[in-house]
Ligand binder design. Structure first.
Ligand code: FES
Length: 103
């Protein structure tokens, strides 16, 4: 997957998030203190959406059962999730957030 433009950077303020639809599903994009992070919007525990979950210390907390995922790596940090969530690299080009699946 090459870089995909997903949203204007100014449309997601620090502390905010957005979901975008790609060909194979939804991606949650978070702005943490001006830095963008993107992961699949699907909890690996039971498929809940992760967008809208509370964000603390670069971790998103699944709104359904409370599993924590690292926004930097996609790692599942606490039960009941054990598998990582797919993560994307992000960059801003000409004011647009672009994402690319992380290796
Ligand atoms: S669906 Fe996310 S912790 Fe259960």
């Amino acid at each position: 997957m090459s870089w995909v433009s997903v949203a204007p950077a100014e449309s997601i303020a620090p502390g905010d998030f957005a979901t975008v639809e790609l060909a194979d599903g939804f991606v949650a994009v978070f702005n943490v203190d001006g830095e963008f992070f993107a992961i699949d919007d699907v909890c690996t525990h039971d498929g809940g959406g992760l967008a809208g979950g509370a964000v603390e210390d670069h971790q998103v907390i699944c709104p359904r059962h409370g599993a924590r995922f690292c926004l930097r790596t996609g790692a599942a940090l606490t039960p009941p999730a054990y598998e990582p969530v797919r993560r994307y690299e992000t960059r801003v080009t000409d004011g647009m957030i672009e994402i690319q699946e992380a290796p």
